[in-house]
Every structure is written in structure tokens, then in C-alpha cells.
Design a protein. Structure first.
Length: 131
């Protein structure tokens, strides 16, 4: 995931994919200020999930919004916000066999319908919920 507005400096190594969730009922500002030559600041609304790339040594500051002010409420090392790399199995979208790769249950059911003297299979796609 590229940071379009403020890409990481080219000399940075150890880039990790991170996620922060605002679990409060207040607006927050997430800021990483300990990386030279890089500006990262985002508004995170209540319940919102922020996914971003950052250097492993980055430190995220969480500023919680109050009436006409903001208070530094937390400092979190970015390596604690790191997302696990998904395996190839999790993103295997080859559904030609009609099976759900996560739940390994049949997603396509066949219903036999009678048209005249012949019986033809009718396929109905199942709905899968994504969390």
C-alpha cells in the first residue's frame, strides 16, 4: 500500500504494514513524528480502521480530540501495530472447483430442473459473508 501524499523516504528500510483502530467515541489524530524527512498524520474517526505502511522503528502518537484541543493519549511502537502477512492460501481466489477456500464447504449447489423430457442442472451461487 503506497502512501500517495507522503511517501516514505528512500533511505528507510524495514517497512511494515500496520493497522490502528480507534476504539473510542472521540475523533483521534494518529501521527508518526520520529522519522526524519517524513510527515504522517491522519484523522481517525470513532470505530475507523487505519491501515498504513511505516518504518519498523516508527512510533505512532495518538492525540484524542477534546473541545477545541487535543491531548496526547498514547504512544505505540509501529511494530506492535504490524499486520501478519497473509498466506497465499488465504487469497486463493481460484473458485473453479466451487469450494470456499476458507471454510472448505461447497458454495455452489446443483438443483435439477425438468424442462420437457430432459433434466438440466441449474447452478445457484451461495453467498459468503466477509468480516
Amino acid at each position: 500500500m503506497a502512501q500517495i501524499l507522503d511517501p516514505l523516504p528512500p533511505e528507510q528500510s524495514g517497512i511494515i504494514l500496520c493497522c490502528y483502530i480507534n476504539a473510542t467515541s472521540k475523533i483521534q489524530v494518529a501521527r508518526i513524528s520520529n522519522i526524519p524527512n517524513w510527515y504522517f498524520e491522519r484523522v481517525v474517526f470513532p470505530g475507523q480502521r487505519l491501515v498504513f505502511e511505516a518504518p519498523q522503528k516508527g512510533q505512532m502518537e495518538i492525540h484524542t480530540g477534546m473541545m477545541a484541543s487535543a491531548i496526547l493519549s498514547d504512544k505505540i511502537p509501529c511494530d506492535r501495530l504490524m499486520l501478519e502477512e497473509p498466506s497465499a492460501y488465504e487469497f486463493d481466489t481460484d473458485s473453479s472447483d466451487g469450494k470456499d477456500p476458507i471454510n472448505t464447504k461447497l458454495m455452489v449447489q446443483q438443483i435439477n430442473t425438468k424442462i420437457g423430457d430432459t433434466t438440466k442442472p441449474l447452478q445457484i451461487l451461495g453467498l459468503a459473508s466477509v468480516d
